[in-house]
Unconditional design. Structure first.
Length: 331
């Protein structure tokens, strides 16, 4: 077995407070890179391997575009999304597929209910079941398929780790992460390959994406710059109503991408970058931790971050339907 983040190498990052009683403690590791990419803070073992899960999507989206997928605007934002499956999200994904001459039957992700409760309720009332296009990763899959069509690669088996598209994605990840080699490849929940990396390498790669210029002489950086800009212009697309990525982007202008099992990456407008992993996979505190670390690094206004974390319902602990505590970062 590969060495991954251990309990003994973790530190407390946040607590859940209920009426002044610390009910839960959230431990893990986190790293903060300054605007120039230097390490300004490390908590826990940031060299331990993690699986980025959906925090790898910005890398996969950049790779899909550099492989030939012609995406911009909302479609580019959906390529990196973990969306909530609203009709608005689905409309964009259908457009991506149609442009490539494909339908949702070509998607390799599993069928799922939308994460958005109102949308799910509407589907149930209309006697409509699960579908691949409602699955939160369908935008990523549509981008991958579009790249295959554009390049002439077979769309069958596009998720196999040995497929030319997946080889290109792996190479792109390694390039953006400064030459760090992928330690292992396993299968993500959506069926796509996901690559094990040290948390520090994930941070370096995300810093390169988050600070890339659309005027760069390098195509990889131009695509990365466009991705970050379009996500900031369309924060609804990357997640959805009431979800932390959309909240953080709308409220503070960051680039934010959560991953399953409590991985979080976040880049402030000045390039300061946070990558973190909560050890037990519980993600309810990740956004609060990342915003707090950026504020403490001077990349976001501390007073505004503190006010948001103290008042927004996303970080409330409820009792009888009313707020009785908060999720609080303790870094």
């Amino acid at each position: 077995m590969l060495e991954t983040l251990a309990v003994t190498d973790s530190v407390e990052l946040a607590v859940t407070d209920r009426g002044g009683f610390v009910e839960s403690r959230h431990a893990g590791a986190a790293i903060v890179l300054g605007p120039e990419g230097d390490v300004v803070r490390a908590l826990g073992d940031t060299e331990a391997l993690i699986l980025p899960r959906s925090s790898l999507k910005p890398f996969q989206a950049v790779a899909s575009v550099t492989a030939g997928a012609a995406l911009e605007g909302e479609r580019l934002a959906l390529a990196t999304a973990s969306h909530s499956g609203t009709d608005r999200h689905v409309e964009v994904v259908r457009g991506m597929l149609a442009e490539a001459g494909l339908t949702e039957d070509h998607l390799g992700c599993p069928e799922a209910w939308p994460g958005d409760q109102a949308t799910r309720d509407d589907l149930v009332r209309d006697h409509v079941g699960k579908s691949r296009i409602r699955m939160n990763c369908s935008g990523k899959h549509a981008a991958m398929l579009a790249a295959c069509v554009a390049t002439g690669w077979d769309t069958e088996g596009y998720l196999h780790p040995d497929h030319p598209l997946q080889a290109h994605i792996r190479e792109t990840v390694e390039r953006l992460c400064g030459g760090t080699k992928v330690a292992a490849t396993v299968i993500d929940g959506c069926g796509a390959p996901v690559h094990a990396l040290p948390l520090s390498a994930l941070a370096r790669g995300m810093h390169r994406i988050g600070t890339a210029s659309e005027r760069s002489p390098f195509g990889l950086h131009r695509v990365a710059g466009a991705l970050v800009r379009t996500v900031r212009e369309h924060p609804w697309a990357i997640a959805g109503p009431g979800l932390t990525d959309t909240f953080a982007i709308e409220r503070f202008g960051v680039f934010s991408k959560i991953g399953a099992e409590a991985v979080q990456i976040m880049v402030a407008p000045d390039g300061t970058t946070v990558a973190l992993k909560v050890l037990d996979g519980g993600a309810r505190a990740t956004c609060a931790i990342a915003l707090t670390l950026l504020a403490q690094a001077g990349a976001l206004p501390a007073v505004e971050v503190e006010a948001a974390l103290a008042s927004d319902p996303l970080f409330a602990v409820l009792g009888g339907g009313e707020p009785v505590g908060r999720i609080r970062a303790t870094v």
